[in-house]
Design a binder for this molecule. Structure first.
Ligand SMILES: NC(=O)C1=CN([C@@H]2O[C@H](COP(=O)(O)OP(=O)(O)OC[C@H]3O[C@@H](n4cnc5c(N)ncnc54)[C@H](OP(=O)(O)O)[C@@H]3O)[C@@H](O)[C@H]2O)C=CC1
Ligand SMILES: N[C@@H](C=O)C(=O)O
Length: 287
């Protein structure tokens, strides 16, 4: 990736939101809805052309200032540039949306270690570094919103490395919310269920009938989660269906959840190229 040239933009009296993974799926909708709610934007993703196209469209549609900050969040130097932008006291970021992410269609135990390290770096390390940068800068100003995209998958026992990473995001966000209490800064973990975005196609996963009620509209997820974040809620679970599922997950024994999720075609099994029961390790979900 070539060295990015951040576009310097004059400050306006509008608040600024920085969104990672802003070019597709949920991130693109966060950018658009935050602009609609009167925010200037800083857009982060890897694809520079797509970032530039998004910026042009958002400026013309919403009349806000849009900076682009191309960065691969799995690379430490790039991540640091984004963290420096988040913490820049001269150009305050009022809302941080840690959204960038991806899934892997492979098991953890015998999958490609480099791919799993990249997933860890983007889903966990980047969220940790950027949340911390935002927490310090925002607390010093006495206001700010940190919005971290977790997943219902993060509350599912046995859902693979992805679930573990999203569990980390949820718990880190709850910790941050607690530590920031009284500072004027809030942290919100968003836990969507299945959402129609590029996520599953990019990972080569089967997504089944995306018109089924299990699949959510990205715009609805973003609207509900921004309302929750601006209300200072610590956890946002968009839609009644998934709130009900989270209620069930709270009371069902973990061993049962592991077994069901491991075998279900819509669950962990669909992440395995070899399909349920045919993977190389010969482990049952209980092991
Ligand atoms: N879709 C779903 O069912 C659900 C998704 N989520 C979570 O929502 C978030 C958004 O996913 P979704 O919108 O579905 O996915 P998409 O695949 O539609 O979009 C992913 C975005 O992340 C960016 N991105 C990916 N890798 C990197 C990287 N290394 N550095 C910087 N940017 C990166 C992509 O841009 P580029 O390729 O240009 O870098 C893109 O803008 C993720 O955290 C995901 O885990 C949670 C629950 C459900
Ligand atoms: N809910 C989705 C992502 O978080 C999935 O599990 O595919």
């Amino acid at each position: 990736m070539s060295e990015p040239v951040p576009s310097p933009r004059p400050r306006t009296d509008r608040p600024t939101a920085l969104v990672t993974g802003a070019t597709a799926g949920l991130g693109a909708r966060y950018a658009a809805q935050l602009a609609e709610r009167g925010h200037d934007l800083v857009l982060v993703a890897r694809d520079e052309e797509r970032l530039a196209r998004s910026a042009v469209e958002l400026r013309s549609r919403y009349g806000v200032e849009v900076e682009v900050l191309p960065a691969d969040l799995s690379e430490r130097a790039s991540l640091q540039r984004v963290a420096d932008r988040v913490a820049d006291a001269a150009r305050p970021v009022d809302v941080l949306v840690n959204n960038a992410g991806f899934g892997l269609k492979q098991r953890f135990a015998d999958g490609d270690l480099v791919a799993h390290e990249q997933m860890f770096d983007v889903l966990c390390r980047a969220v940790m570094v950027l949340s911390r940068a935002a927490a310090g800068a925002m607390a010093a100003r006495g206001r700010g919103r940190i919005v971290n995209i977790a997943s219902v998958a993060g509350f599912v026992a046995g859902g693979g490395h992805y679930s573990a990473a999203k569990a980390y995001v949820a718990l880190l966000t709850e910790t941050l919310h607690q530590e920031l209490s009284g500072t004027g800064v809030t942290a919100t973990a968003v836990a969507p269920g299945f959402v129609r975005t590029e996520f599953h196609a990019r990972a080569g996963m089967k997504s089944g009938g995306t018109d089924s009620p299990a699949w959510l509209d990205a715009d609805e997820v973003v609207r509900v989660s921004l309302d929750d974040a601006f209300a200072g809620k610590v956890l946002s679970v968009p839609t009644k269906r998934y709130k009900a599922l989270m209620g069930v997950l709270d009371v069902v024994p973990r061993a049962l959840v592991r077994t069901v999720w491991g075998k279900a075609t819509w669950g962990a099994a669909r992440r395995h190229p070899s399909g349920p029961g045919q993977h190389t390790l010969g482990n049952t979900p209980e092991q």
